[in-house]
Ligand binder design. Structure first.
Ligand code: KG4
Ligand code: ZN
Length: 441
């Protein structure tokens, strides 16, 4: 009798660990697409009193949480022992050095003890691959927390349109990637798996950093992104005019509400070398100057309605810049799909505006479900799958290789294309995409 699954190769399962900032996360991902488990221990409450991430507190908290989180992820995925897996993956940068070390050391220990290959993953590459995960493969508890009714898309498309586009990114290259997180804002041309061309990046503050700083100015709370978004819901985005740095006016009417679909972006990039670069520090200063001016005129800038109006104007300015530059880059490079990722990709206005714009020009747009926008380990497991060693550890062992030997071979081959070939797990605290040889500040 032939078993029902005869001829079906077993899934390649990766245990992924992520501790680059203030989330202790572990996940088990099958074939780079299916989330078998996804645990995230957030430290937000711990850092709230500081108004931002306190690095030393973050690394100590990782030490306290990591074992429970990893054991939980293995149990959720019904993995009794790490040896049942095919590889261990870990974020090795960019991030806070003390935080990264906790995850990297645990991953090294697990790989050594189990003989599994260890795959180092760039955190930004992880964010990119959050769009490759099947959104509806998450365990029920995670899906319930996502706050999103459907899979894929960016939150406004009809179910029919979503299923037409598929739930997650596919092998459509070149793809334009907009990474918008707390530490990075980058436009990347992805020419294939692991093949990236950096088109532009922020010259100063990242988009998420700007959200956090403006929220602090307005005393709206931490983290700033969700706080600004919540305040902006009752705000008038047109009461105050704020700049759109490194752009020029676009063809869309200035006061056209975002609810009106338009194939015309509100802004176009500046011409020249900063075409695809960003700058958000001046926008933050413009908010500060506006608040000072209001105070001079006798208006309390932090009064609820005024703060909501400032938040709405700020959010719209950031979104105009992000979508305007992404739209221009997508046209310039003739991409087949656009993927937005990173914490700020959770922003409702960004998702709606991008969705409407790219829908009207007929270009597929992917945004992760909300629970995969901010830091998690599932995305690290997805990225690791696409750079996995070609011979699986399980196959390798059955061919009579010593586990540790297999691990070393795998580590070498998985690092082939990486700059840290000498020391694959060297921390890359300031890394940017594409992975660079030297540290960039
Ligand atoms: O990707 P992430 O979790 O961590 C980094 O890799 O930096 O991104 C965190 C950032 C924070 O700056 C946070 O304020 C921002 O993402 N963020 C948002 C929203 N949710 C999180 N920004 C705007 N709107 C949101 N809804
Ligand atoms: Zn991140």
């Amino acid at each position: 009798m032939t078993p029902a699954n005869a001829g079906v190769s077993p899934a390649y399962r990766i245990l992924a660990i992520e501790t680059s900032c203030d989330e202790t996360a572990a996940a088990v991902v099958a074939d780079g697409r299916r989330i078998l488990s996804n645990r995230v221990a957030s430290q937000i409450e711990l850092h709230r009193r500081f108004g931002g991430v306190y690095p030393e507190v973050a690394s100590r908290q990782h030490v306290l949480a990591i074992q429970t989180v990893v054991e939980g992820a293995l149990a959720d995925a019904s993995v009794a022992h790490a040896r049942e897996l095919d590889a261990i993956a870990v974020t090795h940068g960019p991030g806070l050095a003390g935080s990264l070390l906790v995850g990297v050391n645990l991953a090294k220990g697990l790989a050594f003890a189990s003989g599994l290959p260890l795959i180092p993953v760039n955190h930004l590459e992880g964010h990119i691959y959050s769009n490759w995960l099947y959104p509806d493969s998450a365990p029920a508890a995670e899906s319930a927390n996502s706050g999103e009714s459907g899979a894929g898309g960016c939150g406004t498309a009809s179910a029919a349109a979503r299923s037409q586009r598929g739930g997650s990114a596919s092998e459509q290259f070149p793809a334009l990637i907009l990474i918008v997180s707390g530490g990075h804002t980058e436009l990347v041309l992805m020419e294939g798996h692991g093949r990236y061309r950096l088109l532009g990046a922020t010259l100063d503050d990242a988009a998420g950093e700007a959200f956090d700083k403006v929220a602090r100015l307005l005393e709206l709370g931490y983290p700033g992104g969700p706080a600004i978004q919540a305040a902006a819901e009752t705000g008038d985005a047109f009461r105050f005019a704020l700049p759109r740095p490194l752009t020029r006016p676009g063809p869309r009417a200035a006061r056209q509400p975002d609810s009106q679909a338009s194939s015309r972006p509100a802004v176009l990039p500046v011409r020249g070398e900063h075409r695809f670069n960003f700058s958000f520090s001046g926008l933050k200063t413009a908010v500060l100057n506006l608040m000072r001016q209001l105070e001079r005129e006798g208006t309390e800038a932090r009064q609820a309605q005024t703060a909501a109006d400032i938040a709405a104007a700020f959010q719209m300015a950031v979104v105009d810049v992000l979508v305007g530059k992404a739209a221009d880059a997508a046209a310039e490079f003739g991409v087949k799909q656009v993927c937005i990722c990173g914490g700020v990709s959770a922003n409702g206005l960004l998702r709606r505006t991008a969705e409407q714009y790219f829908a009207t020009i007929g270009l597929p747009l992917r945004c992760p479900p909300l629970f995969l926008c901010t830091d998690n380990a599932a995305m690290i497991g997805a990225a690791a799958y696409f750079k996995r060693p070609q011979v699986s550890a399980r196959q390798g062992s059955s061919e009579g290789r010593e586990p540790q030997q297999a691990s070393e071979t795998a580590a070498r081959s998985s690092l082939h294309e990486q700059p840290h070939a000498r020391d694959p797990l060297a921390l890359d605290v300031y890394a940017s995409l594409p992975l660079v040889d030297s540290v960039r500040l």
